[in-house]
Design a protein around this ligand. Sequence first.
Ligand code: NDP
Length: 272
Amino acid sequence: MSLYAVMGYPIGHSLSPEIHEAFGALTGLDVRYERREVRPAGLAEALSAFRAQEGRGANITVPLKGEAYALATRTSVRAERARAVNTLAWQGGGWFGDNTDGAGLIRDLTVNQGWSLQARRVLVVGAGGAAQGIVGPLLDAGIAHLAISNRNPGRARDLVAACRDARVGVADTGVAGASSFDVVINATAAGLSGDLPALPDALFEGAMVYDLMYGPKAQVFLSHARAHGACAVADGLGMLVEQAAESFLLWWGVRPPTGSVLARLRAEVGAA
Ligand code: NDP
């Protein structure tokens, strides 16, 4: 039987095995999916061992997405744009690298949350691997303007330059014109340490606010946004399930239904 896995460090908390096994049950496919702890610089060796066990596909998470991008023999357009790979598929004797994070976010925002992105003014806070993966798909979704703000402003400038799109600009530290954003997306890891990224409170008034993090760690940001007038808030659990569904589609050629899996995980991780 072919084998699938999620690789990263740390990996013990990953919900991916549960998600992919649930997709397997829903689609009638025999899914064998494991967690593998792989430390930085260890991905090439881990993939060789994985291949020897009939490994056919892997989800790649922090901190290995750049390593996976470098190791892939072929990459999708969306992985190229993100310069990061979160999904590897063994194809034609090599690893094909894809990035499903952005597609997962867009599907969660527009289908699960029902937020329209057409002509919206969007602020992405953060310029790390996750932000790299979502900016291209946000632009493709028809937004009017995208501002990127980051604690280290040089990284935000690099991401803006890499977008090569006149709709994208750097938001300065004070996030000038703060109240004019329709959608605010927290793509920072600040919630991991219980921190809030430095943003003006006025930013949240009337905005739709999303945190890529999910469960209790997203609450610091989302509660703050609610308290300052956000009209809707959501955490990244739906993105996690939808990016997994995109990976499943690449590996198995079938898009699994996501509603029941998302509902089950929501009961496990707590409210958004
Ligand atoms: P990276 O380590 O690549 O980047 C971290 C980002 O967070 C940087 O922009 C960094 O700023 C910023 N940051 C970290 N701490 C703080 C802080 N205290 N205050 C302000 N900014 C801070 O991580 P990723 O981009 O890969 O991941 C970011 C988050 O997105 C993670 O929490 C991850 O769990 C989540 N994620 C969720 C997914 C989902 O499916 N729901 C998918 C992918 C990611 P600086 O550059 O200044 O250091």
